[in-house]
Design a protein around this ligand. Structure first.
Ligand SMILES: [Fe+2]
Length: 309
């Protein structure tokens, strides 16, 4: 196996690996070491991997954060329980309408974010597997937030040193133009307070602000929003971004503790995209971050609202 750097600051490709054997100690150690240093790792040529093998590979690095949709009553799924779907497909594998709820909600993924930063359950990595890839566009872009922090002016580092921000899933959905009522049962659980500066696994300090960051604790709302937007604009400069061009069979792993990512647009109505994500968490246990009752109530309320329209 060989690790080859993909960008001057971060991101690497692991060449010569086969992720189908999670018992392979050399593979697991190589991935852990590369992730600590590069924070984004691409493993190409894994088209032979199925859902169960992806889950087994992910579990070699820690317990999973299970997707809420898995437990939703009556929800039919094309993919194995335990995996998040990142696709434009419905349960039958057909392209969903642009005005559908899931398409509108997915729009928020085009803003730079760290997965699950709105959960108290601490996220470690996301492991995304490309099953069906549009033939053009639709790159996933990543930002190295350790490099971003390092490049911040000292006055800004001092200003944010002890600040915390509240992250909320509903907030990033609204930012992307979707309806997201804070009072919906699930959204009440999808918010968490996070320090704005953390230590990354490499030991380097990292900025921890993305699209889910809604307000700065103890700061006037307008001032807090301005600060969050200033930091995001700084982070989104081209020199900090690695853009991944997908091929079918790619697996890309990113560290949610020190990178941001976003999906980019593709011809949504013309091309199918099927990507499947496993999320590894640091809480020590495998579970969904949202209580099952909240999930049931959430979908009941949404169906009622849709029936009324
Ligand atoms: Fe994401």
């Amino acid at each position: 196996m060989e690790v080859r750097k993909l960008h001057p600051l971060f991101a690497a490709e692991l060449i010569g690996a086969d992720v189908s054997d999670p018992q392979n100690r050399e593979l697991i150690d190589t991935v852990e070491d590369a992730m600590r240093e590069y924070a984004v790792l691409c493993i190409r040529g894994q088209g032979h991997i199925n859902d169960q093998q992806q889950l087994a590979f992910a579990r070699a690095f820690g317990p999973l954060e299970l997707p809420p949709g898995n437990n939703a009553p009556g929800v039919k799924s094309r993919i194995a329980p335990g995996l998040y779907s990142a696709s434009n497909l419905d349960a039958n594998g057909e392209i969903v309408a642009l005005e559908s709820r899931s398409a509108k909600i997915a729009k928020g993924n085009e803003l730079f974010h760290a997965d699950s930063s709105f959960n108290d359950m601490p996220s470690k990595w996301s492991i995304l597997r490309g099953v069906i890839i549009p033939p053009e566009r639709g790159d996933t872009q990543f930002i190295d937030m350790r490099a971003v922090y390092e490049a911040l002016p000292q006055a800004m580092k001092d200003r944010i040193a002890d600040l915390k921000a509240e992250h909320s899933y509903a907030h990033s959905r609204r930012k992307a133009g979707a309806d997201a009522d804070d009072n919906l049962p699930m959204f009440k659980y999808m918010r968490a307070v996070q320090p704005m500066v953390k230590q990354s696994p490499s030991g380097r300090p990292t900025l921890f602000v993305g699209a889910h960051a809604e307000r700065v604790i103890g700061m006037d709302e307008e001032e807090g929003t301005a600060l969050i937007e200033e930091l995001l604009a700084f982070a989104e400069q081209p020199q900090f971004i690695y853009s991944h061009k997908w091929q079918p069979g790619d697996i890309v792993i990113w560290d949610n503790r020190c990178t941001l990512h976003r999906g980019t647009e593709f011809d949504y109505l013309r091309y199918k995209r099927d990507m499947r994500r496993a999320n590894v968490n640091e809480s020590g246990e495998e579970r969904c971050a949202i209580p099952a009752e909240a999930l049931t109530q959430h979908y009941q309320q949404l169906s009622k609202a849709e029936a009324a329209n």
